[in-house]
Design a binder for this molecule. Structure first.
Ligand code: AMP
Ligand code: MG
Length: 349
């Protein structure tokens, strides 16, 4: 079966073509360079860029997959199904991907599969690997908008057992990077600054939650802010965007390293608690943008712990295609393209 998948939930426009387990093409065009100047994504600008980029990206995916006709047209006769990210994400961004996928499904008479973005992130662990995770498993989804522990007992079966009560861990990386004056996106900038810093320089609290598997990251963000204010000798009302001008480079590195260590420790403590609650678990799977973090990969490195290939940890359409493959194999029926629901729901359901 050949699946063409489209992803446009945030600021990456992507198309991939998957033939069974073989990735024929994987095209990702990122808007990161546009948003560096603003320090974050502007939803309307992201949607407009998706609109300009999506058709060339699809053409490139056909080209890379060598699925062009002799007349250099996209050979839709080779495609068996279309998959598209339908939620969660930025509404305008999702609209461009889903409207494109719906139109193509109607035009070329292909079955259409709307795919949940977080499920796709989990399934990035099944891409281009011979050693795949075993069930039952625990998946830690750590992205810019979500932090969840999900238990899977078989394919396409998701049960949330822990979730963040406030900020997502990726959001926390991004906001702390802003306080420290590090460039967007914050996660990789914090990771780079942390390499030269002392992770034991500052001690930050590990928030307690009623359900021990839930997360709370807003307290950690505030704790870092308060410590920066104290170190800089300013009061609580000092504008947080000016703090960076008072920090020395080694202080920035020490804050980055100490925050990163605390965030990683919290994630791994929660996972260990979940593992104790579910002793039948055979694999642990990391997913989402924060899973690219090298210090996390090092700290969590163990047998039966899976991380996606770094090129699949950010948003891409290959993970949408593989998630669709397992949905189809689990018996999920295609959606009527005229009725595709794009209401932005967050959690996997
Ligand atoms: P996603 O929402 O899954 O697309 O992932 C984006 C999030 O991952 C953003 O919050 C990034 O700051 C974060 N991120 C990306 N790379 C890293 C990294 N190396 N370390 C920590 N966070 C990262
Ligand atoms: Mg994502």
């Amino acid at each position: 079966m050949i699946i063409l998948a489209i992803e446009s939930s945030c600021d990456e426009t992507a198309c991939a073509i998957l033939k069974d387990d073989e990735l024929l093409s994987n095209v990702v065009v990122s808007q990161i360079d546009i948003f560096k100047a603003y320090g974050g994504v502007i939803p309307e600008v992201a949607a407009r860029n998706h609109l300009e980029t999506i058709l060339p990206v699809i053409d490139q995916a056909f080209s890379d997959a060598k699925l062009k006709t002799k007349d250099d047209e996209n050979d839709w006769s080779k495609i068996d199904a279309i998959a598209v990210t339908h939620t969660p994400g930025l509404l305008g961004s999702l609209l461009i991907g889903t409207l494109t996928a719906r139109t193509l499904a109607i035009l070329h008479n292909k079955p259409l599969y709307p795919i949940h973005h977080l499920k796709s992130h989990i399934y990035s662990n099944w891409l281009e690997t011979e050693h795949t995770p075993e069930f039952p498993l625990l998946a830690l989804v750590i992205s810019g908008g979500h932090t969840q522990i999900i238990r899977m007992t078989r394919h396409n079966d998701f049960k949330i057992i822990g979730t963040t009560l406030d900020d997502a861990v990726g959001e926390c990386f991004d906001k702390i990077a802003k306080i420290l004056g590090l460039p967007y996106p914050g996660g990789p900038s914090i990771a780079a600054a942390a390499e030269h810093g002392n992770p034991k320089k500052y001690a930050f609290p590990h928030p307690k939650t009623e359900n021990p598997l839930d997360f709370s990251f807003s307290g950690l963000k505030t704790a870092v802010l308060r410590t920066v204010q104290k170190e800089c000798g300013v009061g609580l009302d000092y504008p947080s965007h000016d703090l960076k001008n008072l920090l020395k480079p080694e202080q920035i590195s020490d804050f980055a390293a100490s925050f990163q260590k605390t965030a990683i420790d919290i994630l791994l403590e929660k996972l260990q608690t979940a593992y104790k609650n579910y002793p039948d678990v055979k694999s642990i799977v990391f997913a989402g943008g924060v899973s690219a973090n090298k210090a996390l990969r090092k700290a969590a490195n163990a047998k039966n712990v899976f991380f996606p290939e770094p090129k699949f940890s950010g948003d891409n359409a290959a993970m949408v295609a593989i998630a669709a493959k397992y949905e189809i194999e689990s018996g999920v029926k295609p959606t009527d393209p005229y009725k595709l629901d794009i209401s932005p729901r967050s959690a996997i359901q």
